[in-house]
Structures are given as structure tokens and as C-alpha cells.
Design a protein around this ligand. Structure first.
Ligand code: CP
Ligand code: NVA
Length: 302
């Protein structure tokens, strides 16, 4: 059977994505009831992290353990990858030993090369281009709150970055309306805008994006690898901070999402997380576990 990768959301068909999300909700209920299956018993996930992570690393490792399998954390610094062993050779070797590989990298092309050489599923754990696993959890969270995501107004306020790219892709697949407010020069890339299939609107201010939105979401202003641009970005994003007053403009039942980690005083106001409207961010982080367990089951055993 041909393997399936998850480098972008579109690697799975729409029915497959709905199947994974349905399984994610079911696995969440099982988790809350402390009921665990051993569906991935004896399966091993290798996880290559070129960049830092808390949520992605812990959710994948805990997820594999809860499904009866295990995960191995690999850093380029202490594997032969860091000493120049070709990616393709590593992909072929790991394909002989484990059931799937997760990679977090600052170069999406490396993910594609790895996936092309591997004979097992390869999962994108965040690249410079996109963050598809985050969107699985975010869609699950929107379904938890609203039931159906089709027709929701989702406001992206801030940087048109990797996470924003996956929001564009998700808008095209799941049929929500994405309203984007970014400072000039920080818009998402054109090829990702195309992925939204017309379900995207660009507005001139955070207020215009937030008005009547069901979901308000943002991300850091300087992503990992952009630390040198922090001062420049702090200036450019002045006025784009998510504040309680901005949330007041949203629909009555609106919720706030943030992939985390968050920076208080930058993209979110100090103490924003004491506002109950933002408390969905903790369930959103928790859904990383459930959505990715479902993804792992789908990719590894079908
Ligand atoms: N949201 C997210 O991917 O978090 P980590 O960087 O902690 O994995
Ligand atoms: N845009 C952020 C997301 C972190 C989960 C980054 O790439 O650093």
C-alpha cells in the first residue's frame, strides 16, 4: 500500500480529514474517560526537531505512548544528520526501523526531500511554510465550540506566517471565511492565498477583521529563526496587539485561539489569558494530542 505523508493539509482528501477529526473527537472522549486502546502497539515514531518545541514534541510522544507505541526524539546535533549524512540516506535508514517520522525544520524543501526518499509516512511538525498539525487541532477546537466550521468568520490578525498559511489552506478545505489583517509587507505568500479557494478577505485594520468574527486568532510577530528582525517587527506590528477591546468587537459567542507560545505585551495584551474568552487556547493545545493521535492511526494503520 502506498504511504501517505502529511506535509500540508491537502495531502489528505477532505473525507480523510473529516475521518481523522471524527476519530480525534472519539479519542478525546476516551482520554477523558481514561480509556486507552493499544492500536499502535509496537509502532515507533521517530521525531527530528531542528527547532525548539513544547506542544508538538510532548503531544506526539505522549500520543504514541497512549496508543501503545513509542517515540524517539532525534536532534540534528547528536545524530549523523548534524555531521552531514544526507537526508535521503537517513530517510531510507529510518524507513527500515520505524513506522513514521515527524520533522520540524526551517526549510520545507528538506521535508519534501525526506518524504520522497522515505517509504513510511512523514509528518510536518512545523516548517517555514506551514503548520498542518496545528490546524487539525484548531479545527477540532472550532468544532468543539461551534459544532460545524463551515461559514464561520475567522479573523487572522498579525503576521502572514507559516501558521497563517495553514489557515488559508484550511479555509479552502473546510469552508470557513478567513479575514486577514496584516501590516503592509507581512502578508501571506501568494501561493498560499490561492489555497483558500476564495474563502479569504483582506482588510486594513485589526478592528475590521475582529468585527463580528466567531474566532479571533494570531501568532507571534517574530517566528523561530526571525529573532534578528524582532525590533523591526515590533514597530511594524504596532496596533496589531490582541486586546480585550478588540475581542469586544467579535460575535457574542466568539473565542480566541493562539497556537502558542504567546508573547504578552507583543501580539497579546498583558494578562489577556485572564479573560475567559481566551481560555479556549488551553483546550486548543490539548487538542494537539487528540488530533495527532488520530492522524498517527490514520497514517500508520489506515
Ligand atoms: N504550537 C506549537 O507548535 O507549539 P510548540 O512550538 O511548543 O511545538
Ligand atoms: N510561527 C511560529 C509558530 C510556532 C509554533 C514559529 O514558526 O515560530
Amino acid at each position: 500500500m502506498a504511504k501517505t505523508d502529511f506535509l500540508t493539509i491537502n495531502d489528505l482528501s477532505q473525507p480523510a480529514l473529516f475521518k481523522v477529526l471524527q476519530l480525534a473527537h472519539s479519542l478525546k472522549k476516551d482520554y477523558q474517560a481514561r480509556e486507552f486502546t493499544r492500536s499502535l502497539s509496537q509502532h515507533v515514531l521517530a521525531m527530528i526537531f531542528e527547532k525548539s518545541s513544547t506542544r508538538t514534541r510532548v503531544s506526539f510522544e505522549a500520543g504514541m505512548t497512549q496508543l501503545g507505541g513509542s517515540a524517539i526524539f532525534l536532534s540534528p546535533h547528536d545524530t549523523q544528520l548534524g555531521r552531514g549524512e544526507p537526508l535521503e540516506d537517513t530517510a531510507r535508514v529510518l524507513s527500515e526501523m520505524v513506522s513514521a517520522v515527524l520533522i520540524r525544520t526551517d526549510d520545507h524543501k528538506k521535508l519534501v526531500r525526506f518524504a520522497n526518499a522515505a517509504t513510511i509516512p512523514v509528518i510536518n511538525g512545523l516548517s517555514d511554510s506551514c503548520h498542518p498539525c496545528q490546524l487539525l487541532a484548531d479545527i477540532q477546537t472550532m468544532q468543539d465550540v461551534f459544532g460545524d466550521v463551515q461559514g464561520l468568520k475567522v479573523a487572522w490578525i498579525g503576521d502572514g506566517n507559516n501558521v497563517c498559511h495553514s489557515y488559508l489552506e484550511a479555509a479552502g478545505i473546510f469552508g470557513f471565511e478567513l479575514i486577514i489583517a496584516t501590516p503592509p509587507g507581512y502578508e501571506p505568500a501568494a501561493e498560499w492565498i490561492d489555497q483558500a479557494n476564495g474563502n479569504v478577505v483582506f482588510v486594513d485594520s485589526p478592528q475590521d477583521a475582529a468585527r463580528h468574527a466567531h474566532v479571533i486568532t494570531t501568532d507571534v510577530w517574530a517566528s523561530m529563526g526571525q529573532e534578528d528582525e524582532t525590533d523591526e517587527r515590533l514597530n511594524a506590528f504596532d496596533g496589531y496587539q490582541i486586546t480585550p477591546e478588540l475581542l469586544d468587537l467579535a460575535a457574542d459567542n466568539a473565542c480566541f485561539l493562539h497556537c502558542l507560545p504567546a508573547h504578552e505585551g507583543e501580539e497579546i495584551a498583558p494578562n489577556l489569558f485572564s479573560d475567559p474568552r481566551t481560555h479556549t487556547v488551553w483546550a486548543q493545545a490539548g487538542n494537539r494530542l487528540h488530533a495527532q493521535k488520530a492522524l498517527l492511526e490514520y497514517l500508520i494503520i489506515g
